[in-house]
Design a protein around this ligand. Sequence first.
Ligand code: NIG
Ligand code: FE
Length: 419
Amino acid sequence: ARQLLTMPEEVASLRAYDPRASAAELEAREREIVGAIDDAGISVVDGEIKWFGPWAERPKQADSGNVSVIEVDLATPGWVDCHTHAVFAGERADEFVMRNAGKPYVEILEAGGGILNSVDHLRRTPTRDLADLLVKRVFESVRVGVTALEIKSGYGLTVSDELKSLKAIKMAADMELPCELIPCFLGAHAVPREFRDRPDAYVDLVCNEMIPQVAEQKLAAYCDVFCDRGAFTVAQARRVLEAGKAHGLIPRIHADELTDAGAAQLAADIGASSADHLEFTPDSAIAAMAEAGVVGVLMPAVNLFLGTTGHLAPARKLLNAGCEVAVASDFNPGSAMTQDLGMMLTLACTLYKMTPAEALRSVTIGGAKALRRDDIGRIRVGHRANLTLLAAPSMSYVPYHFGTNHVAGVIQDGQFAYW
Ligand code: NIG
Ligand code: FE
């Protein structure tokens, strides 16, 4: 590779971005953030990274006739899309039209539409069909560079339909797709219609029935909750995440997307691996997140798609506070109907004022940290060889030339997933 981005664990200079620094200083900072090696090589044996470094220092076997050498411009760890709702049925183009005519997302939700429309679709769809829909979507994610795709349940909202969603993910994962599928339980995504007047009874169902079965059947390692206006309160979210924790599920939170609901503070208090969205998170909660090591997962597609770019997540503040930031697609039929993680790099730069290196870090090691995974999202000897290969003259070029897929190839476990 003309350049290999390895993604170091910790980067001190992530905190200090001074746009007035000299071009050479900024360039040095960019390289440090991604651990760039120029004219680099990686050797992969049996799907595992055995060596990486400057090509000139390659091991001798690399020149023997028994190895195949692939040349690319840029190689990064396989991209991690750490927050999606990819297991859904039907679509909601009608709401897209309503919103553009002036009806806010939260009003559609509170009127019993939005998420609940997708719930109607999913309840009618058999597991097998859900899995088939998901598989097609997984290949689209691979095509845009993703090697690990987190997928939440949350459009079932009954014990059997939540389990069905997670089983559909498992069914797809068992097909040995060229992308790792990472299920996340989001039974507390919305209050279903049949519990409209007794949300606490629904929370009981999530805590007492769903979570134990999800954990028992090992259908997910994470428990998420939508804590916001129109969804669940902090008190309800705390109950759900505590119940998840008691069953060994790692807490994550849809936090402060629509209002300052106190959800990011809850993420810090409860020790969540991530707090996601954060459009309305106050400074005090950012400090608490940094202190508690909560990753901030930001999803600019939502703001682009809902037309709410006037109120964005505080990306720079999170980075300056010392938080790791992940950027994800939030792929879902309501608020972010896209799988294009490459486009998110552009939005991270233009809307959040992140640098290209920060953006690339956010879809690799950032996503991995949001999932508390130390075996993906970076280039390390001994790791499975998951790589995203880009055809671009520099790392800045990737977000710069937007609307184009720069992914030339994807390697999953040492095999070409896409080329
Ligand atoms: O992440 N915020 C809650 N959940 C999704 C939206 C789901 C939907 O509208 O279907 C989100 O934005
Ligand atoms: Fe989401």
